[in-house]
Design a protein around this ligand. Sequence first.
Ligand code: AMP
Length: 307
Amino acid sequence: MNKLLIVGTVAFDAIETPFGKTDKILGGAATYIGLSASFFNLQSAIVSVVGDDFPQEHLDLLTSKNIDISGIEIVKGGKTFFWSGLYHNDLNSRDTLVTELNVLADFQPKVPQNYKDADVVMLGNLHPLVQSSVLDQLEKKPKLVVLDTMNFWMDCALPELLDVIKRVDVITINDEEARQLSGEYSLVKAAAKIQDMGPKYVVIKKGEHGALLFHNREVFFAPALPLEDVFDPTGAGDTFAGGFSGFIAQSENISFGNMKNAIIYGSNLASFCVEKFGTERMETLSKAEVAIRLQQFKSLTQFDIEI
Ligand code: AMP
């Protein structure tokens, strides 16, 4: 079985949307990526850090999804990374209210020995120096390295972020962040500039408006499935990244054509994530439900015009 190595935050989140409010619940980029990638036939491991305030039941949840958590360090007396966000009425934009790095501030990641030859590496959102350090520890060049990041790191660690971006094959970011990183308003120009920074493939996530994949002069677009119920978009981007990297790891095919399928898998899984608060929907989601919605995705985008 192919191996997917996941790096990112394992966290506490407090979320407020027009539909309700949660106290500190399970969150974090690596958590969402891991839950999403668990729908594929592969071995996966998370490298992250938490404090000893982090409940064992959250770690048990990850283990129950066959995710290797030996790379999640638990710092005695430390506090887990905490993020709080407030969504606006359109649910497409949000304000970050609090980001407490806590144990993440001094984190030195350790890649488990049996994942130093991972086939695919998914560098989830966290400090770019941690992302680089994970790449430094690998003993074999992975078939694909995917990086996700956000404006927080562009604001506070841009040179380090530019260094790690040089080393990856695929970057996934949202439209606002692509504009901030490139200084271009047009997403076509932004993607071209970002390709010049290193990644040959640029995925731009546009929330409920779908996702774009750019490679050289080629571009592919996947819509987001129109949903009846959207409660909480938190983690949708990470769930997308988990579906994308999980599918690539399972299929071992890194062609542009297969990446299109990976974008569809990522969008499909993300469509479930937003239906309930936090990780709730992903925890109970079944493979059968994923397959049914994949068919809906196909119908949504298929047409028969002869050209
Ligand atoms: P998303 O909605 O896909 O952008 O991801 C939301 C998740 O990212 C939440 O569960 C947060 O815990 C996590 N998160 C928020 N800010 C950061 C940050 N600066 N670095 C890493 N993870 C973060």
